[in-house]
Design a protein around this ligand. Structure first.
Ligand code: ADP
Length: 449
């Protein structure tokens, strides 16, 4: 409605400007034609004039019929009218002509408007008088008035047609939007799997429907992810809570010795620690997912960071009778990031390597520059990841069958991946066989795009 209003308003203004220009040009052209005709008539009369004894002898010129509304007047050198028919005339034009200048003028007489052209008549020595050719402008005025009336009368009609057409067009163009609104309203959290139907063949509308459907898909995925996460968390918390509940109930059933109470409390403490660790990991993950923390990123020297993490885990590796080697490049690999998150990423990869490698094995960390990226490999000679687990190992709470007894939550790799992603990098399993696995991390280097 508003759109149509503006459309009609703008059209109205354009139309009025158009009418003004049309009217003014028509007027200017008509005047030019009239002036040309008057000049031609005056000149042809002057040609035929002859002088006998210093007096003008009017030629036998063809007097234009009064029907044409053209009149010719002759004046003597004193400016007196020579023609018998009394007619109004432009006195100023006559004065100017007697001074040797031709001129055009408009004047009014008895409610009628005239256009006059006055031309001096002279031979080599003498000024002989003047010719004035007149025409009434009534016909032109009438034509102009009719034209204006016609144009102005047509304008509202034209605008009305434009408004109806515009309204129809707008309604037809916006109809699919209404349909989309209706369809979107029907989508609730319980029916996030619904998609918008293809409503129109218009490219823009189709694009809109496709974009909205893409958005719905993302929302649905996020929603399902969150739902599953909640289920997973509840599930993970239920086991330690059930153990705590069981131990406490058992302890309370009858009076126990202090040693028994201590054992129960130790059991409870173990389970609570387990829960605290899990909650901390989840909180860490939530923080990594929040990309606004990128604002606080600082340059981090990867060489030093990798060395530090390996040093930290060396005792654990030694304890498991594993060889831990680090191969770092000569040049400095600097990335923009959060050093404690990046430490966590490599800590988790190395901890897994240690966890899933039988004693006597070897774990190797290498880093190198590859174009604009730092490439870090964590290679172990461990048990490998079964092919069917590979697509899932980065999912939250996923644990391979063989690792259940090793005490992880299944969050280590999701945390590592979240850190890599928040730093603009990635992690993938480059290779995994029953003889060992290689995890490959890529991170964009600072200042290189
Ligand atoms: P977890 O806490 O169970 O280690 P992660 O998210 O770190 O959880 O790892 C997910 C799963 O991926 C593990 O349960 C394990 O099956 C597999 N995995 C990860 N790293 C290795 C590795 N280096 N060698 C073999 N399997 C691994």
């Amino acid at each position: 409605m508003k759109l149509t209003f503006w459309y009609v308003l703008i059209l109205g203004v354009i139309l009025l400007v158009f009418i003004f220009i049309l009217y003014e040009s028509f007027k200017a052209f008509s005047y030019r034609d009239i002036d040309q005709a008057l000049r031609t008539i005056a000149s042809s009369i002057r040609e035929g004039i002859s002088v006998v004894d210093e007096r003008i002898v009017t030629p036998e010129f063809e007097r234009p019929s009064p029907l044409n509304d053209v009149f010719v007047l002759l004046f003597n050198p004193r400016g007196e009218l020579l023609t018998e028919t009394p007619l109004p005339y432009d006195a100023r034009g006559v004065t100017l002509a007697l001074r040797g200048k031709d001129s055009y003028a408009n004047f009014e007489n008895g409610g009628r408007e005239f256009r006059a052209y006055t031309l001096p008549v002279h031979d080599e020595e003498h000024r002989l008088g003047a010719i004035q050719v007149l025409t009434t402008l009534s016909a032109l005025r009438k034509a102009l008035a009719n034209l204006l009336f016609l144009l102005l009368a047509l304008t509202p009609m034209f605008l009305a047609v434009a408004a109806i057409g515009g309204l129809n067009l707008a309604r037809r163009a916006l109809a699919p939007i209404g349909e989309i609104v209706k369809a979107v309203r029907l989508i609730k959290t319980e029916s996030l799997d619904r998609r918008l139907p293809s409503i129109s063949t218009d490219a823009e509308i189709e694009d809109l429907v496709r974009t909205l459907n893409g958005m719905l898909e993302e929302i649905e995925k996020g929603f399902l992810r969150e739902k599953r996460l909640t289920q997973d968390i509840s599930h993970e918390l239920r086991t330690p809570l059930t153990i705590i509940k069981g131990s406490v109930s058992l302890a309370l059933r009858k009076s126990r010795s202090p040693e028994e109470y201590v054992a129960t409390l130790q059991e409870v403490e173990r389970e609570v620690d387990h829960m605290i660790r899990m909650v901390n990991e989840l909180l860490f993950l939530a923080r990594e997912d929040d990309l606004t923390q990128q604002k606080h990123f600082k340059p981090v020297l990867l060489n030093a960071l990798l060395e530090e993490v390996c040093l930290e885990l060396l005792p654990l590796a030694t304890q498991h009778h594993l060889l831990l080697c680090v191969n770092l490049p000569e040049d400095r690999l600097v990335v923009l990031g959060n050093s404690s998150s990046l430490e966590r990423l490599f800590y988790n990869l190395l901890e897994n390597a240690i966890k899933y490698t039988p004693s006597g094995g070897k774990i190797e960390v290498t880093a190198e520059r590859n174009g604009h990226q730092a490439v870090i490999r964590v290679k172990d000679t461990g048990i490998g990841i079964p092919r069917e687990d590979l697509p899932h190992i980065f999912e939250r709470f996923f644990r391979g069958d063989r690792s259940r007894q090793r005490g992880g939550f299944g969050l280590g790799l999701s945390i590592a991946l979240a850190v890599a992603k928040s730093h603009g990098g990635d992690i993938r399993v480059e290779d995994s066989t029953p003889q060992g696995s290689t995890f490959l991390v890529t991170l964009p280097l600072l200042g290189e795009k």
